[in-house]
Design a binder for this molecule. Structure first.
Ligand code: DGY
Length: 326
C-alpha cells in the first residue's frame, strides 16, 4: 500500500508519532538538537509532508527544494518560523496547534508574573547560596497583586486565559490591546480596550500575547519601558524578538521597571553568560509554556491530524494560510 513520505523534525510525543507512523512512511529525527538547515533540506527533498518545530526555519529555499511537499504541520501555535507567503505561493497549507496550549501557557505567564513580582528567583538563589541569614522585616519585598491593573498586549485566546486568572483570582482590573474590540470579554471581566500607550502607562503588570510579525517585532524598546511604571512587572510568553533585550536589561538595571519574567528570548537558547541572567529581577524559563504532558500530547495529536489531512489532500483542521484553498 502506498504510504506518503514525511519527515518529522523531532521526537514529538508518541501519541502523535503513532498516528503518523500508521499512515505514513515516517522519517523521524531522533537527535535532541534540531537538524541543521542543510540536513532539513536534504531530508524533506522527496517528502510529501513535514512536521516542523519552532526551531526549524521553513523558508522559500527549503520549500523549493521539496517539490512534492503538500503540507507543513508546525508543532506550535506560533508560525513565525515558517515563510507563509512562500508556502502559499506553492499552495502548501501550513498547520499549527492553537487552543490546546492556551491553559498551560496562561499558567506559565501567571507563574512568571508571580515569581517576578515576589522575587522568587532572587530569594531562592539567595537561600541556596547562604544569604538567608534570618527572617528580615525588610527583606525581599515584592509587589502585591490584589486589585492592581494588568495590561494584556494581545487579547487572543492566551491573553484572555491570563486575564481571567488575574481578574477572578486576584481581582485585577484588566486593560488590553487587540486588533478588534472584545465586547464579550469587556462584559465578562469588566475589561477595557485601550491604546498601547495607555496600557504601558497604567499597567502594574504587562503581559505579552501577540504573534510575531514585522509590526510586533521590537515593540518593547527603551521608549516603551520608559513609559511603564517604575513598579511594573513585564512578562513575555509570546516570542523573544518582541523585545529589545538590551533595552530591557537597562530598564531592569536602572529601576525603570521593577522586574521581568520571560519564557521566550532572542536567541533561544539564551547563552549562559547573557546579562539578563545576571539581573536578580529577571526570571527566565527556557520556553516551557506548553510543556505539560497533556498539552504536548494534545499538540502532537493535532499536529498529526494536520499532517495526515495535508498528505491526503484534505483540508487541515487548523490551517494558518486558508487562502491556499481558494
Ligand atoms: C507555540 O506553540 O508557539 C509555543 O511557543 C510553544 O510552546
Amino acid at each position: 500500500m502506498f504510504k506518503p513520505k514525511v519527515f518529522v523534525a523531532r521526537q514529538i510525543p508518541e501519541v502523535g508519532l503513532e498516528l503518523i507512523r500508521a499512515a505514513c512512511d515516517a522519517d523521524v529525527w531522533l537527535e535532541r538538537l534540531p537538524p541543521s538547515p542543510e540536513i532539513l533540506r536534504e531530508r524533506v527533498r522527496d517528502c510529501d509532508g513535514l512536521v516542523s518545530l519552532l526551531t526549524d526555519r521553513v523558508d522559500a529555499a527549503l520549500l523549493a527544494a521539496a517539490p512534492r511537499l503538500r503540507v507543513v504541520s508546525n508543532f506550535a501555535v506560533g508560525v513565525n518560523n515558517v515563510d507563509l507567503v512562500a508556502a502559499s505561493e506553492r499552495s502548501i497549507p501550513v498547520g499549527n496547534t492553537p487552543g490546546v496550549l492556551t491553559e498551560a501557557t496562561a499558567d506559565i505567564a501567571v507563574t512568571l508574573l508571580l515569581a517576578a513580582a515576589r522575587r522568587l528567583g532572587e530569594s531562592s538563589t539567595d537561600a541556596k547560596e547562604g544569604r538567608w541569614l534570618t527572617w528580615e522585616p525588610r527583606g525581599w519585598l515584592g509587589a502585591d497583586l490584589v486589585g492592581r491593573t494588568v495590561g494584556i498586549v494581545g487579547m487572543g485566546r492566551i491573553g484572555h486565559a491570563v486575564a481571567k486568572r488575574l481578574h477572578f483570582g486576584w481581582g485585577m482590573r484588566v486593560i488590553y490591546t487587540a486588533r478588534s474590540p472584545k465586547p464579550e470579554i469587556d462584559a465578562e471581566l469588566g475589561a477595557s480596550a485601550v491604546s498601547f500607550d495607555t496600557l504601558l502607562t497604567q499597567s502594574d503588570f504587562v503581559s505579552v500575547h501577540v504573534d510575531l510579525n514585522p509590526t510586533t517585532k521590537g515593540m518593547f524598546g527603551a521608549a516603551e519601558f520608559a513609559k511603564m511604571k517604575r513598579s511594573a512587572v513585564f512578562v513575555n510568553t509570546a516570542r523573544g524578538p518582541h523585545v529589545d533585550q538590551v533595552a530591557l536589561a537597562e530598564a531592569l538595571r536602572s529601576g525603570a521597571i521593577f522586574a521581568a519574567g520571560l519564557d521566550v528570548t532572542e536567541p533561544e537558547p539564551l547563552p549562559a553568560d547573557h546579562e539578563l541572567y545576571k539581573l536578580p529581577n529577571c526570571v527566565i524559563a527556557p520556553h516551557i509554556a506548553s510543556a505539560t504532558h497533556d498539552t504536548r500530547d494534545a499538540m502532537a495529536t493535532l499536529c498529526a491530524a494536520n499532517l495526515l489531512a495535508g498528505v491526503r489532500g484534505e483540508r487541515l483542521p487548523n490551517c494558518v494560510n486558508p487562502s491556499v484553498y481558494d
